[in-house]
Design a binder for this molecule. Structure first.
Ligand code: PNW
Length: 486
């Protein structure tokens, strides 16, 4: 169902979803309102020194109270999907060890109804980084297989209450980032790592990421099994997972570097997708990690998703460190797959750098990523669940330089164009969700990095459309008018 014409906009498939994204901890605020329990991110951000500007998500952009206004902002842009996450601790303040918080249930009911009233499909993540602190305190969160019971219980409540209206479920946002940052580098809660890997001594960086990941995969499978057994026939929705997907370009044409790039993908992304889709960990991981890698039981679910969610922003080179030696840098250890991750080759960057230190503009990366996933996973339906451009506060930055965000517009144009090229060649991509609707709490960077299509004044919470919001609006409008003519 590709519409003809040489205008690139007209080539997105019919029924393509265009959206913007958010997450509960980064947007909602209201961290103790209406019976919400504390999450591990509440505790972590409250510890002095953890967040760059000393801030936290206590108020964030107060999406909890301003959601109706925010739905109007979405309507203005003309998106047909909105991705957000449910706060687990708002629904179950104490996990399965306490009551369901009816006020929390009601909040998302109202948000979902407001979206549907404007023709906007809710695209809902059950988990976007934060979990009830109770589960950390009781049994160590993701490190314990006990969490499967909690996650399945939480998922069942969400399917039961919202599944009549929610047709797109994401079990986890970036479990790969949670496993690595929570349990290897220790820069995210529960801040566990060994001294040789990070600034903490509480954990075991070579073992725990794989345990946490394994438990997240089991939680995902449990939720999918439950959804398929009890809800999907009636509710007719789709369930998937959103993986942080960095494109790794081989540093050179050598076989070693090509294998290094492949290892980088496997140790980062296929780590989750292979077990969910094929039922087993990637071979490269098994052979390098051996007994560090947990094993699946005989009845582990295969084909355990309806779509792959791709959070893609940036690309790096991967250089072999298995055959050759590498100086200190990310990726070089056994645990990480023996590759050196670098943005430079022969003094030239892979793409234009930005004020965000990990973000390089390399639009070919999104096409290569989608094409890679199409091939590896037999063209499983895909959604770009996140893609966006961040700008860091500068000492002299005024509101007008944030509003005239030409660089974000250029970024979105070039990435959408490259995405479209992959779609034209047959990739089954069904939607694109821009990160983010509003400027918000950017994790360790607090409020110093802005990803929004709308600017937020963090004192008054006033929202103002940036150029990118106006551009995205026109882009979507052009697309739908082509639809109407056809
Ligand atoms: C994502 N990388 O994190 C998160 O899902 C969002 O909550 C966050 O606000 C957004 O991107 C912007 O940072 C990322 O290594 C984690 O390229 C890792 C990477 C990119 C984004």
């Amino acid at each position: 169902s590709i519409i003809g014409g040489n205008n690139s906009l007209s080539s997105f498939p019919r029924n393509f979803l265009f959206g913007t994204g958010s997450s509960s901890y980064q947007f909602e605020g209201a961290y103790l309102t209406d019976g919400k329990g504390l999450s591990n991110w509440d505790l972590f951000s409250h510890k002095p020194g953890n967040i760059a500007d000393g801030s936290n998500g206590d108020i964030a952009v107060d999406h909890y109270h301003l959601y109706l206004k925010d739905v109007e902002l979405m309507e203005y842009i003309g998106i047909n999907t909105y991705r957000f996450s449910i706060s687990w601790a708002r629904i179950l303040p104490k996990g399965r060890f306490g009551d369901v918080n009816i006020a929390g249930i009601r909040h998302y009911d109202k948000l979902i109804n407001a979206l549907i009233g404007k023709g906007i499909q809710p695209f809902v993540s059950l988990n976007h980084y934060d979990i009830p602190q109770e589960l950390e305190d009781r049994y160590g969160g993701w490190l314990s297989p006990q969490i499967k019971k909690d996650f399945a219980y939480y998922a069942s409540i969400c399917f039961k209450h919202y599944g009549d209206r929610v047709k797109y479920w994401v079990t986890f946002n970036e479990p790969n980032v949670v496993a690595i940052r929570g349990y290897r580098s220790g820069i995210y809660p529960p801040a566990r790592c060994s001294t040789s890997f990070g600034n903490c001594s509480s954990g075991d960086s070579e073992r725990e990421p794989f345990i946490a990941a394994h438990n997240m995969i089991l939680c995902h499978s449990a939720a999918v099994k439950l959804y398929r057994a009890k809800y999907q026939d009636k509710q007719k929705g789709n369930i998937g997972i959103a993986i942080n997907a960095v494109w790794y370009e081989p540093f050179s044409n050598s076989t070693e570097d090509k294998l290094a790039a492949q290892r980088a993908q496997s140790f980062y992304m296929n780590w989750f997708l292979d077990p969910i889709i094929f039922g087993k960990y990637p071979e490269e991981m098994k052979s390098i990690l051996g007994s560090l890698l947990p094993e699946f039981g005989y009845n582990h679910l295969k084909n355990g998703l309806d779509f792959i969610g791709i959070n893609h922003y940036t690309s790096f080179y991967a250089k072999d460190c298995l055959q050759s030696t590498c100086v200190q840098g990310p990726g070089i250890s056994k645990t990480e797959g023996y590759y050196l991750r670098t943005p430079v080759k022969n003094d030239i960057l892979i793409g234009e750098s930005t004020s965000v230190d990990w973000l390089y503009v390399y639009p070919q990366g999104i096409e290569k990523m989608v094409t890679y996933l199409k091939k590896r996973y037999n063209n499983t339906p895909m959604f770009i669940t996140e893609n966006g451009f961040g700008m860091m506060n500068q000492p002299d930055s005024s509101i007008s330089c944030f509003l005239n965000d030409n660089k974000r517009v250029d970024y979105m144009k070039s990435y959408l164009d490259a995405l479209m090229s992959a779609i034209r060649k047959g990739a089954d991509v069904r939607g694109y969700i821009a990160w983010s609707l509003l400027d918000n709490f950017e994790w360790l960077s607090g409020y110093t990095i802005r990803f929004g299509l709308y600017h937020v004044d963090f004192t008054t919470l006033k929202r103002t459309p940036k150029l990118s919001a106006e551009w995205y609006k026109r882009f979507i409008l052009n697309f739908t008018s082509f639809e109407a003519v056809t």
